[in-house]
Design a protein around this ligand. Structure first.
Ligand SMILES: Cc1cc2nc3c(=O)[nH]c(=O)nc-3n(C[C@H](O)[C@H](O)[C@H](O)COP(=O)(O)O)c2cc1C
Length: 352
């Protein structure tokens, strides 16, 4: 096999070119720890963090930026529209020892875009470039930008922005190959990502969108020429995907993802990390959304899934897991591959 291409964000070398996309509410520290332990991950990014709340020291924000020694390399994603908060947030993150800062320019959610942040930054060219430059100048760690292709089909601004960002010192850009207007509908536009790759001179462009398997990642690399691939929902459906990709590029083949029992093991491990992070009292409510994804993929019978959602404390939650372990999947066998098709959040723009 040919040598595996290396990926770095400026001076920050990444162990692989397979990255975890931020998924607000899911890619928290407990999930990242589980994925990292499985292997193959090049970089993880936190959920989006409000830059102003970070500067003002909100407790929720501190939890979002929580990390631990094995959770590396990590980028913290910030959003906002005011340079003073974005720059100060970046400085504080650097001061706290974080390796990289990512600016969110892709969030389509109304509550974010109506404040001028997220994807709406893509509608204001000069102001946005100045903003990004100001953040880059505030810190010496690499600053990256995650964006969509543009606001809508009439405004595909990602290639021009990527080029301008490179000129002001951005270390890499990640492109979700859809417009803000598309939300999560339709196919990811790999041609659009390729145009971004062609627009920059040498910074890495990370391709993102709809990668659920090694085969999908291979198509993303081949059709776009991107330097790395970032995976969000595919990693929830299959936390082994980074290990599979790493094995594939090293040897041309990869082990199958975990089966029912392996996933149940991961779920328990992750729940343990949630208890560590939040304390037993707040762990169950925090973990509900995540448990739902795991158990759907594992084809657990609906009434048992429902029981995990109504568990009131850690003991009740563990008791349902024991029942789930005993019953196995409602469809197929314990050694079958779990369900890899992940439901997309509803509504093109109202939700992620
Ligand atoms: C539930 C959910 C939460 C998301 N949260 C964020 C976020 O905080 N920041 C961000 O830049 N993108 C966020 N995204 C977008 C993803 O990072 C990614 O760009 C998108 O899901 C496409 O990639 P995928 O098909 O691999 O999931 C979110 C997507 C989903 C489904």
């Amino acid at each position: 096999m040919n040598a595996v291409p290396k990926l770095s964000y400026g001076p920050l070398p990444l162990p692989t070119r397979w990255l975890l996309s931020p998924l607000a509410g899911y890619t928290n520290l407990p999930f990242r720890r589980v994925v990292r332990a499985l292997g193959g991950l090049g970089l993880a990014t936190t959920d989006l963090v409000n830059s102003r709340a970070l500067v003002e020291g909100s407790e929720k924000t501190l939890e979002l930026t929580a990390t631990c020694p094995e959770d590396t390399p990590l980028a913290v994603q910030i959003f906002g529209a005011e340079p003073k908060y974005l720059c100060e947030a970046a400085r504080r993150l650097e001061g706290a020892g974080h390796a990289s800062v990512d600016i969110n320019m892709g969030c389509p959610v109304g509550k974010v875009t109506k404040t001028g942040s997220g994807a709406s930054l893509m509608c204001r060219r000069e102001e946005t470039i100045e903003l990004v430059e100001a953040v880059v100048r505030s810190v010496s760690i690499p600053v990256t930008v995650k964006m969509r292709l543009g606001w809508d089909d009439q405004n595909i601004t990602a290639p021009a922005f990527a080029r301008a960002f490179e000129e002001v010192g951005v270390a890499a850009v990640a492109i979700h190959g859809r417009t803000r207007a598309q939300g999560f509908s339709g196919q990811v536009n790999r041609d659009g990502i390729r145009q971004v790759v062609e627009a920059v001179r040498k910074i890495p462009v990370i391709g993102n969108g709809d990668v659920l398997s090694v085969a999908d990642a291979e198509v993303m690399l081949r059709e776009t020429g991107c330097a790395g691939v970032s995976i969000g929902r595919g990693a929830l459906a299959n936390p082994w995907i980074f290990r599979q990709l790493h094995q594939w590029e090293q040897t041309g083949r990869s082990d199958p993802p975990g089966n029912f029992d392996d996933r149940l093991g991961l779920l328990r491990q992750q729940f343990g990390y949630v208890i560590e992070l939040r304390g037993a009292d707040r762990a169950v409510s925090f973990f509900r959304k995540m448990a739902h994804w795991y158990l759907k993929a594992m084809r657990v019978a609906p009434h048992l899934r429902h029981k995990t959602q109504s568990a009131r404390n850690v003991d009740e939650f563990f008791a349902v897991l024991a029942e789930i372990e005993e019953r196995g999947p409602a469809v197929g066998s314990r050694t079958d591959q779990p369900e890899m098709t992940v439901a997309v959040p509803s509504g093109p723009n109202a939700h992620w």
